[in-house]
Design a binder for this molecule. Structure first.
Ligand code: FMN
Length: 264
């Protein structure tokens, strides 16, 4: 791939950083690339001994990504608590504030209020959603899921906020996990969440026990759908005030994309 082709990827269907990183890693024959998007144009760093072509590609990517960064990105925040005025809602609001304060566009979607339904596990578990498909095999349930898929695909990042129930995400969040994963994990066009930055937030109002297992479950799901976890935040009633500030800061950093190192 030439530097021009790499630039075209970036200018094409939005900045697909996952793809850009893969190309740069291959061309530079190194294990990791560090980029800093706190200023434009972005700075991509490759090892000094990388091939000349990779250096040129990194420069082209930086220039193109810098232009793209001037366009405000959109971010999807999903909350899943039946309590519209509790800790989960406060975390969602903090995430929303952080994105907006950093110049991004935020959409806060409460999938409990929207009534997102549970998977029906069609066809002995092998429903159309679960077979390899080109994105046209949709879930048979008519609710908000297709809208979420479309919005997540168009987004630059995702923030999930779930209450902690029995050390796990809420039932409603698990409905979303189950159905989104079935529809997107086998999508031949690539998962709608592939390469997206994702922040994972567990809101525990009780003892705080089980926040880590709740986040671990969210992280496993992120990996199944190709999203790239950034901050994992455990919120309890004890750390609430500081945690809400941290969520806002994490959301701002997501928009700024500061010092994000992609794992190999
Ligand atoms: C069924 C159920 C299970 C819960 N399990 C836990 C738990 O394992 N650990 C914990 O710290 N809190 C637990 N809680 C408390 C919730 O995490 C707490 O109510 C939290 O604030 C929920 O978010 P909300 O404020 O949005 O309702 C549980 C609550 C319910 C209703």
């Amino acid at each position: 791939m030439t530097a021009q082709e790499l630039t075209d990827i970036i200018y094409g269907a939005g900045v697909n950083f996952s793809k850009v990183f893969d190309e740069l890693l291959t061309m530079a024959q190194c294990d990791e690339i560090l980029y800093d998007t706190s200023e434009t144009p972005f700075r991509f760093s490759v090892p000094a001994n990388a091939q000349a072509a990779a250096q040129a590609a990194a420069q082209a990517a930086a220039a193109a990504a810098g232009s793209a960064a001037n366009k405000p990105g959109s971010y999807v925040i999903i909350t899943a608590s039946p309590n519209t005025d509790g800790l989960t809602a406060a975390c969602g609001k903090a995430a929303h504030d952080g994105i907006v304060n950093a110049g991004g566009k935020a959409e806060l979607i409460d999938i409990s209020a929207a009534g997102l339904k549970a998977c029906l596990v069609c066809k002995d578990g092998w429903g159309n959603c679960c077979s390899p498909h080109d994105g046209k095999a949709v879930c048979v349930i008519a609710d908000i899921l297709p809208e979420l898929q479309t919005k997540i695909r168009a987004s630059q990042g995702i923030i999930l906020v779930s209450p902690v129930y029995f050390g796990q995400p809420s039932e409603r969040m698990k409905y979303f996990f189950d159905r989104f994963r079935r529809c997107e994990a086998n999508n031949k066009n690539g998962s709608a969440a592939a390469g997206k930055q994702i922040d994972l937030i567990a809101a525990a109002g009780g003892s705080g026990n089980g926040t880590t297992s709740c986040i671990a479950e969210m992280e496993t799901w992120s990996q199944h759908v190709g999203a790239i976890p950034k901050d994992r935040i455990a919120v309890t009633r004890f750390n609430r005030d500081m945690a809400l500030k941290f969520i806002e800061d994490a959301a701002m950093r997501m928009v700024a994309g500061r010092f994000f190192r992609r794992p190999r």
